[in-house]
Design a protein around this ligand. Sequence first.
Ligand SMILES: NC(=O)c1ccc[n+]([C@@H]2O[C@H](COP(=O)([O-])OP(=O)(O)OC[C@H]3O[C@@H](n4cnc5c(N)ncnc54)[C@H](OP(=O)(O)O)[C@@H]3O)[C@@H](O)[C@H]2O)c1
Length: 330
Amino acid sequence: MRGKYKVAIVGSSGLVGRTVLRILEEKNFPNVIYTLFSSKNSANKKVSFLGEDYVFCELKEDSFNSNFDFAIFCAGGKVSKKYAPIAVSKGCIVIDNSSIFRMSPNVPLVVPEVNSEDIFKNKGIIANPNCSTIQAVLPLKALDEAYSIKRIVYSTYQAVSGAGRLGIEDLETKASNNSLKKFPYPIHNNCLPHIDIFTEDGYTKEEHKMIDETRKILKKPNLPITATCIRVPVTNCHCESINVEFDKDFDLYDVRILLQNFPGILVSDNIEKNQYPIPTKVNGNDEVFIGRIRRDYSVKYGLNLWVVADNLRKGAATNAVQILEKLIYA
Ligand SMILES: NC(=O)c1ccc[n+]([C@@H]2O[C@H](COP(=O)([O-])OP(=O)(O)OC[C@H]3O[C@@H](n4cnc5c(N)ncnc54)[C@H](OP(=O)(O)O)[C@@H]3O)[C@@H](O)[C@H]2O)c1
């Protein structure tokens, strides 16, 4: 390991950015100097970080002139599209939270517990997958190795924090049609089958992200997958019902052991004690929680899982910081 690394956090004043700062405080890497970037809106505002007062700096075209080693981008696709290539051209490795580069063949899409070996194939940009994809691929990877996945059906129940600060505002203020800041309909007391924009085939972009990113991370480009993504009135933590069909038969006891032993997974499944993962219990944790593990009797080798994770932590910030950690300690 060499001397001090210079790391930029772009979008550090946002929901994901502030979660990145919290996780960096928890990790307390001894050999890193941080610079925190935001837009003009938050520039010059103070934030307490690592026991000191930091100031958000406005992101500008020359911001990467000062030899950053690594940057975590969490400021949305437009910012990544413009500034990530500038950062890379100055020798900085970018870990990007937006969806802009995820499907580019030259960009590794990484969940460290699943495919950390891909980190070192980067050409300057490493993409953090979509929050709902990250939590899904941990159990899927554990089971694919043993039983070979044949088909996946995703149904998601996604928290409003996944839509950023304005999503939380819409829920907390119980915004009605004329005061909504993020969603097309009130999210309070509601469920919206609509996350990100609709595409020509009737799916949403969020649903396509889950399908495409799962195939890329599991390295199964033709795997049949379908997805329905729903926004629900929960502040934080995405829930997913994952129905998976295998090529090979399995034993439920072995499935539990495989999941329990996979890094980053916690099995919470005891129906006699009403034990299963729920957002209020998972909130603030880094693991992916799994319960309701049961056979799907409608097909030959089918399994149902209930998967819950903190979308701001493992679904975004924790995953990005884990990648940074691998780069720093490589
Ligand atoms: N929320 C999630 O669960 C989640 C999960 C996975 C991935 N992501 C992705 O992470 C990214 C950030 O999401 P978020 O939920 O944190 O959004 P957010 O709460 O709305 O925060 C956006 C951040 O971007 C900054 N920003 C906006 N325009 C900028 C510009 N022109 N130059 C520099 N900074 C700019 C904002 O700075 P100001 O404070 O100055 O406005 C703020 O720090 C998005 O790409 C999102 O898709 C989010």
